[in-house]
Design a protein around this ligand. Structure first.
Ligand code: ZN
Length: 502
């Protein structure tokens, strides 16, 4: 058994190495590559992905997984070996159930559809992408049907990103959340909006970058195993557990952009850096799910990084970096500015309170499309109606309406949006558990100290990597199932102090 396990690990490591080499090429593509590199880079990424896919679906891996089943069953569920075999089998079954020819067709279609979308959005022309989107819907349904036995056709697609979650469970959570959010959004937005002019002065790029780096160094992001570079759309990427990188973008007329995106991506990166080094090169060296990953970026960005205590420590430092711009702006004004709540059209620019309404709308609409209850041609109209009823604002065009997110145009329909809101819910739930174990964390944040919180997250969440599903992790960490209560309490406490709430 020992030699079979070693054989399995060696084969998985090979697949991992090919994928990580591809990740490095992608990172370079979005950071430093000159435009002339684009055609060859696309081809090189395709070649690597194809070889990795062939190796990952090799029947000999299936044979090893079968042979190792008795060994796996003889071990405790939580043991590293049993978890490795279990997670490798889940990946293998997912990859082998879908024919390679279908995947090639899907990827080819997505590349074309994405290209059309990059032109259709600026042109505000939904009709231009409609045929591609109709085909995407058709292919998304076909993809789901390679995993028969589902309760809802979206289930397999949700499962890819948030293993163990279903349309029914997500829908139940989201309807509870929506019911509680909508009245609070109404109560807050009925009041005069916060003045955030102080954030929109001129802030030189180099100083913004240096300040962001100082913050995440204090958080515990390890620069010996990471670095930050500039890009158009910030992201975190990993080439090994010893090299977890982040990217950011700077707007010199918007102080919030770089600082909060840096904190966000550092949360994703600290999660990866905190994974048990013994899992290197195996499928365990990943986050538990997209929702759990997002919980960590949002915990550091929002729960910590937009808290009053955090800025009690860091605001005098920020004022010292930008004395001309901020010396006459009191902390309270700055705090309200970075937590300004307003009805808005664009998901990625939305504040903490209104944010979740955006993914919830998309999630509902994609379920309806997959169910065949909503036709693509009616999508823009239904989108406008939902924004009017839920967010209280009607998109004036499709560019900032149904065309705004890349997800449906650069991927399948289904499975991509629930993770954002699950992340907000889980982030608050995990943070509440950390505070229960270590009430001193609040005081430490006010002194610019994050060690206790970071260690608790490593111990309870990060080190396990993909060993546990999101559901198992929540149960272990908080002693109960996923719940919206801690998140609602967090929002009510925080925003109740800024605005008067009913
Ligand atoms: Zn994120």
């Amino acid at each position: 058994m020992e030699s079979k396990l070693q054989e399995l690990k060696a084969r998985l490591m090979e697949v991992n190495d090919l994928n990580m080499a591809g990740a490095l090429l992608s990172w370079d593509q979005t950071t430093y590559m000159p435009p002339g590199g684009a055609p060859a880079r696309g081809r090189q990424l395709g070649t690597l992905a194809q070889i990795a896919h062939e190796k990952a679906t090799d029947p000999s891996i299936g044979k090893l997984l079968d042979d190792l089943r008795p060994y796996e069953e003889s071990l405790p569920y939580e043991s590293d070996d049993a978890s490795l075999i279990r997670v490798a089998r889940r990946d293998y079954e997912r990859l082998t159930k879908v024919p390679a020819a279908f995947m090639a067709q899907l990827q080819g279609h997505i590349a074309t559809g994405y290209d059309v979308w990059t032109r259709a959005r600026p042109a505000n022309d939904f009709k231009m992408v409609r045929p591609a989107l109709e085909k995407t819907l058709d292919l998304s349904r076909q993809l789901a049907n390679y995993f028969p036995g589902y309760e809802h056709i979206a289930d397999p697609l949700i499962d890819f990103a948030d293993y163990g979650m279903k349309a029914s469970s997500v829908r139940a959570i989201f309807s509870q959340l929506r019911e509680k959010l909508v009245p609070n959004v109404r109560a807050i937005t009925a009041q005069p909006p916060a003045d955030d002019e102080c954030l929109h002065q001129h802030f030189p790029e180099d100083k913004q970058l240096a300040f962001g780096l100082e913050v995440i160094k204090r958080f515990g992001y390890d620069f010996n195993r990471g670095r930050q570079d500039k890009t158009h759309h910030p992201f975190m990427t990993k080439f090994s557990l010893g090299d977890v990188r982040i990217t950011t973008r700077v707007k010199e007329n918007d102080l919030g952009e770089a600082i909060f995106s840096t904190m966000h991506e550092s949360g994703h990166a600290m999660y990866e850096q905190g994974i048990n080094m013994a899992y290197e090169g195996t499928p365990l060296a990943n986050g538990a799910s997209s929702g759990v990953h997002e919980s960590q970026s949002r915990l550091w960005e929002n729960v910590v990084g937009r808290s009053y205590g955090f800025w009690e420590y860091f605001y005098p430092r920020l004022q010292a970096v930008f004395p001309e711009q901020l010396k006459s702006v009191p902390l309270d004004t700055f705090y309200k500015a970075i937590n300004k709540v307003q009805r808005s059209l664009i998901r990625t620019d939305a504040d903490e309170v209104t944010y979740n309404l955006h993914p919830i709308i998309r999630f509902d609409l994609e379920l309806q499309m997959l169910e065949g209850k909503l036709e693509v041609r009616n999508l823009p109209e239904v989108w406008r109606a939902r924004y009017t009823s839920d967010v209280g604002i009607t998109p004036p065009d499709d560019k900032d309406g149904v065309l705004q997110d890349v997800h449906w145009y650069g991927g399948v329909i289904g499975g991509a949006f629930q993770g954002y809101t699950l992340g907000n819910i889980l982030g608050a739930q995990f943070y509440a558990a950390a505070m229960k174990a270590h009430p001193e964390v609040t005081g430490e944040i006010g002194r610019g100290e994050f060690g206790t919180l970071h260690r608790w997250l490593i111990e309870n969440i990060y080190q396990h990597g993909a060993k546990f599903t999101a559901g198992e992790l929540v149960q272990r960490v908080t002693g109960g199932p996923l719940s919206v209560e801690p998140y609602i309490n967090y929002l009510k406490t925080k925003y109740g102090a800024i605005y008067s709430l009913a």
